[in-house]
Design a protein around this ligand. Structure first.
Ligand code: CP
Length: 333
């Protein structure tokens, strides 16, 4: 993935042409998405769980990595916006016969797909695609390598705002495998952008970012210290699929020193919320009593993912429709 133009994500007017990363977005962009998601939250309470915003538009999901939450909530979000939805099964698609990602995209473009939701193991994949697709087609990053998972960060901001009402003054700890986590990178950008100044990154030295001093956060290797007085504790999974061997002795040792137990959670504020993007590994980074306990908002995060993804899909489609209209008007003149 070598090709990068300057920020392909925003139009000159600052509208969301694609949704690729939190980096480069303003607090107003994030707040607009959170507020729009608010307006979509009750669609699920209707007899017919749909609004017509994407009627006649086609959304394609391309997941080169496994997913439960992201893919399913994008499916539901697309359907609740009345879009036509197609899944490209990578294992049975022609990419399995050697076709390049871009050739696959070009063929799907030829079928008049309006928007692609892409998860890929290579960092930068979504930017690469966004720089290649024709004008008028939107790309949503559903997670690229260790780089970015911006829709996850947005549903996390939604969850924090829901439970804590505001970001100013919050103490937030992200605990676990920070180094390999695209979720952590996107959360750090989003939390800083929303005004969180007390942000802690907690984990074994081997799983903390190498240039952590350059991040807007304080690093801790002791979990009890790191979560002390926190309002929000966010746990991360050990991402063994991205890890070179030997970064932790074993999962049992990791749980002993970093696993979130009821006893450890007592160091955070009594009304702290406990978050995790999922999938959770019980007995590794989280004890079942915490995962299923009163402070856990893990399933709320998944729930809010639908409204957030509806907001992102509709915002990007809105910009793309405007782009197509202005190109058509320019052509007519
Ligand atoms: N949080 C997250 O991205 O989960 P999935 O891998 O199940 O989509």
């Amino acid at each position: 993935m070598t090709e990068h133009r300057s920020d392909p994500q925003l139009t000159d007017a600052g509208l969301l042409r694609h949704f690729l990363t939190i980096d480069g977005l303003s607090r107003q962009h994030l707040t607009d998405i959170l507020n729009l998601a608010d307006s979509f939250l009750n669609v699920e309470d209707r007899t017919i769980k749909k609004v017509p915003l994407l009627r006649g538009k086609t959304v394609a999901t391309l997941f080169f990595e496994n997913s439960t939450r992201t893919r399913t909530t994008f499916d539901l979000a697309s359907k609740r916006l009345s879009a036509d939805l197609i899944h490209i099964n990578i294992n049975t698609s022609s990419t399995a016969k050697g076709e390049t990602l871009i050739d696959t995209l070009r063929n799907l473009e030829a079928m008049a797909v309006d928007m692609f939701v892409v998860r890929h193991g290579a960092s930068g994949a979504a930017h690469f695609i966004a720089n290649k697709v024709s004008p008028g087609i939107g790309i949503i990053n559903a997670g690229d390598g260790c780089h970015s998972h911006p829709t996850q960060a947005m549903l996390d901001m939604y969850t924090i705002r829901h439970f804590k009402k505001q970001f100013t003054g919050l103490k937030v700890a992200i605990v676990g495998d920070i180094m390999h986590s695209r979720v952590a990178r996107s959360q750090i950008h989003a939390l800083s952008c929303m005004g969180v100044t007390d942000l802690r990154l907690v984990g074994p030295q081997t799983l903390l970012p190498k240039k952590g001093h350059l991040w807007p956060a304080t690093l801790f290797t002791n979990v009890e210290e790191g979560i002390t007085d926190c309002d929000v504790v966010i746990l991360l999974r050990l991402q063994k699929e991205r890890m070179v061997a030997g970064l932790i002795p074993n999962e049992h040792e990791y749980f002993r020193y970093y696993g979130m137990t009821k006893e450890r959670m007592l160091h955070a504020k009594p009304d702290a919320i406990l978050m995790h993007p999922g999938p959770i590994n019980r007995g590794v980074e989280i004890d079942s009593r915490v995962a299923d306990g009163k402070q856990s908002v893990i399933l709320d995060q998944t729930h809010y993912g639908i409204a957030i993804r509806m907001a992102i899909l509709s915002s990007v489609m809105d910009t793309q429709v405007k782009t197509r209209q202005s190109r058509r008007i320019g052509y007519e003149h």
